[in-house]
Design a protein around this ligand. Structure first.
Ligand code: GAL
Length: 351
């Protein structure tokens, strides 16, 4: 744990980014709060229900594994932490939540399948008197406002996806128009591969990556915008189609996450294209495989989606509720821009 925090600090410093250092401070602060809360109560008999929208999601796998190991570090018993796979189906997940309520869990941590179901979920969990920590998929603003208005023990832990989109765009801006505009038409010709369209992370990453380009005065040309649902195989097929349709005009492929960027890379290589030589490729999450590609030059860049900070904050928030301390209604976290300059440091930290 200490080693990880130190590494985050070093990586932040290497990235020479002020914002990169902020999560470290936040993490140390929440840790202190948690330690204070943890000494006050015995966590070993507390029952925790954890709902994950889909176990097969690469990023959420890292998230849930870190969540469990950190909760055990805090003093929860692993036997009392029950994880449920929503299998990307809201009806399945809603049933799992009903079961957790019937089982009388002490706290729920929920990564909703559909953020738009949050109101219904909140109502039944609050009614049952169980504190609730939403993670990763942010409910709508008016839903979040209800928690505060009613003083409910409900919070959201996550990062602001606008920042990750902006960082993706900035990596391309830093390359400069001359390096990117292979076809010489004066614009950045790109393909966008989106995650789940209902998801605010997908919406914001799509919008803000391109906004970073136009804000820097660059002209953009969207050749193709497709939904890959965060999935590698789907993205591989979509990018293969885009490349066969638009050929060498495709200068940048933006993917809303790394799993899809890895699929895109397979399609790019199959099409005989070479990343960083005749096409650029961007993802988000900083999966180990993607970081290795950034180091090798087969991916242009990614953005670290800090699953350590997010899972620890979620666990800390759960402890605070159990200790009767309460939480803010929104608990944020910063992303970190990743290029060849800091990919090795981030890889050392995550692996
Ligand atoms: C995003 C992450 C994606 C996917 C998604 C699920 O934050 O970047 O890879 O895990 O969450 O909601």
């Amino acid at each position: 744990m200490k080693k990880k925090v130190l590494s985050i600090l070093l990586a932040g410093a290497m990235a020479l980014s002020l914002t990169a250092a902020l999560p470290v401070m936040a993490e140390e602060e929440t840790e202190a709060t948690t330690e204070a809360a943890a000494v006050d109560i015995d966590l070993s008999d507390k029952k925790v229900g954890v709902c994950i929208y889909q176990f097969s999601d690469n990023f959420m796998t890292l998230f849930r594994e870190e969540l469990v190991s950190y909760m055990v570090e805090l003093g929860f018993s692993e036997d009392n932490i029950t994880l449920a796979d929503g299998a990307n189906d809201q009806a399945t997940q809603s049933q799992q939540i009903d079961n957790f309520i019937a089982d009388g869990v002490d706290v729920l941590i929920i990564n909703p399948v559909n953020s738009s179901s949050a109101q219904t979920i909140t109502d039944k969990v609050v009614e049952a008197g169980i504190p609730l920590v939403y993670i990763n998929r942010e409910p709508e603003a008016d839903e979040e406002a209800r928690w505060e208005e009613n003083g409910w023990d409900v919070t959201y832990v996550g990062c602001d996806a606008r920042q990750s989109g902006t960082y993706q765009g900035e990596i391309v801006v830093d390359l400069g128009l001359d390096a990117v505009d292979f076809n010489g038409n004066g614009a950045i010709d790109y393909v966008m591969i989106e995650g789940d369209p209902e998801n605010v992370d997908a919406e914001y990453r799509t919008e803000y990556s391109i906004a970073a380009l136009t804000d820097a005065g660059l002209e953009v040309n969207c050749l193709d915008d497709q939904v890959g649902n965060w999935d590698q195989v789907t993205a591989q097929q979509l990018v293969a189609n885009s490349l066969s349709q638009y050929g060498s005009d495709v200068e940048v492929v933006f993917c809303n996450n790394d799993a899809m960027a890895l699929g895109a890379l397979q399609a790019i290589e199959a099409a005989g294209r070479v990343v960083n030589e005749d096409i650029y490729l961007l993802g988000v999450d900083a999966l180990s495989e993607a970081l290795e590609d950034v180091i090798a030059g087969t991916m242009t860049g990614t953005v670290f989606n800090d699953h350590f900070s997010q899972s620890h904050s979620a666990a800390d928030a759960a402890v605070n509720y159990l200790a009767g301390v309460g939480n803010d209604y929104y608990i944020g976290c910063d992303y970190v821009k990743v290029t060849t300059e800091n990919a090795q440091e981030i890889l050392d930290m995550v692996s």
